[in-house]
Write a protein that binds this ligand. Structure first.
Ligand code: NAP
Ligand code: GDD
Length: 324
């Protein structure tokens, strides 16, 4: 039986990846960061909790001894590094912690592999945020596009991306970067724009809220479904060579487009949307559209969910939960 260790197992992606790997026959271990509200921490993995309860361990990406203890004992076949302070706007408020979890955390894991489990294959959750406002003439970002980040989060992810490449070349560690564009689901944190819009719109529809307050409506993102993207992560580690791959849908929509679809579907007037400077970033990434042809050619991966199917699932989730 193949073994996998996931940092960030209770996050959006970690929970879907865990379900996917269990279905594929892996024994899955996970790292939990200590939280005072223990009972809330595992809500995303409740449906599989019994299967993995014995394999969950407290550790922290910034705490090297905790990582070394686990990796040297488990010696996993695959290590997926999904743990991070993953909110771009919050990274402007907490730049040091963001950098520590992402940059230092990634070095810590690679050092553990190097010293105690050199056959472990390593997946790094790299991000389209690393590109900043670089766009190719054809309107896409791809692996060869210059990476000039515009946030502390993007900058920390770029450091981690580079350290993965450096350890791959220097120490022959099987370490790959998945450069994932935005991906969403009903499990997305509600302070990310997509789930904020879906949840607040359903609240307005049910008379539980008056308005939706957002920041920049013109920003464009390439939004896919998290379930599709965790399949890509496993394919990247099962590819014959370690490498760096963009994972995206190849389509872009603005925050305004997202609102238009949700509000029209729920028949809510658009004047319920307001804007506030509170949600504007000091430095904004304006537009993302990813070219995933390298990943498709190497592994056959392509997205299965459409943009509208993904939004429909998020709305349905809130309709069920809010009516409860
Ligand atoms: P998420 O829902 O915010 O999950 C992040 C996970 O990291 C949570 O389980 C969190 O635990 C854990 N974590 C935070 N700080 C930690 C620390 N110091 N030590 C150990 N674990 C820690 O993020 P996601 O959307 O699933 O994204 C997964 C990864 O992909 C992240 O690295 C993110 O930056 C990257 N990424 C995401 C996207 C996207 O669109 N979703 C795109 C590109 C890259 P708690 O919940 O207990 O704090
Ligand atoms: N969060 C948020 N809240 N964003 C808003 C709001 C709001 O009220 N109003 C407008 N936006 C705009 C942001 O300015 C940004 O341009 C866009 O909506 C998307 O914001 P987020 O959903 O917070 O995602 P992100 O693109 O900044 O970051 C996500 O994607 C990255 C990949 O490109 C995160 O998942 C990162 O972890 C990930 O790496």
């Amino acid at each position: 039986m193949k073994t996998a260790l996931i940092t960030g197992i209770n996050g959006q992606d970690g929970s879907y990846l865990c379900e996917h790997l269990l279905q594929e026959g892996y024994k899955v271990y996970g790292i939990l960061k200590r939280n005072s509200v223990t009972e809330n921490q595992t809500f995303r993995i409740n449906s599989i909790f019994d299967e993995i309860a014995d394999n969950l361990e407290y550790a922290d990406l910034t705490d090297m001894p905790s990582l070394l203890r686990l990796i040297s004992t488990i010696k996993p076949d695959h290590l997926y590094n999904l743990g991070a302070q993953s909110h771009v706007q919050i990274s402007f408020n907490q730049p040091v912690y963001t950098s520590k979890t992402i940059s230092e955390g990634t070095i810590n894991l690679l050092e553990c592999i190097k010293s105690s489990s050199p056959k472990t294959k390593f997946y790094q959750a790299s991000s389209s945020e690393m590109f900043g406002n670089s766009i190719e003439k054809d309107g896409f970002q791809r692996e060869s596009t210059p990476m000039i980040p515009v946030s502390p989060y993007g900058s920390a992810k770029l450091f981690a991306y580079n350290i993965v490449r450096i350890y791959r070349k220097s120490y022959k560690i099987f370490a790959s970067n998945g450069i994932l564009f935005n991906h969403e689901s009903p499990r997305r944190g509600i302070n990310f724009v997509t789930n904020k819009i879906a949840r607040e719109a359903v609240m307005i529809k049910n008379g539980l809220s008056d308005k939706l307050v957002l920041g920049n409506l013109q920003a464009k993102r390439d939004w896919g479904h998290a379930k599709d993207y965790v399949r890509a992560m496993e394919m990247i580690l099962n590819h014959k060579e370690p490498d760096d791959f963009v994972c995206a849908t190849g389509q872009t929509h603005s925050v305004q487009d997202f609102c238009d679809y949700v509000f029209k579907k729920l028949n809510i007037p658009m004047n319920k949307i307001e804007t506030s400077s509170k949600y504007l970033r000091p430095y904004e990434l304006e537009e993302l559209k990813g070219d995933f042809s390298k990943l498709k050619n190497a592994t056959g991966w392509k997205p299965e969910y459409t943009f509208h199917e993904m939004i429909d699932e998020m709305i349905e989730h809130w309709e069920k939960n809010i009516s409860k």
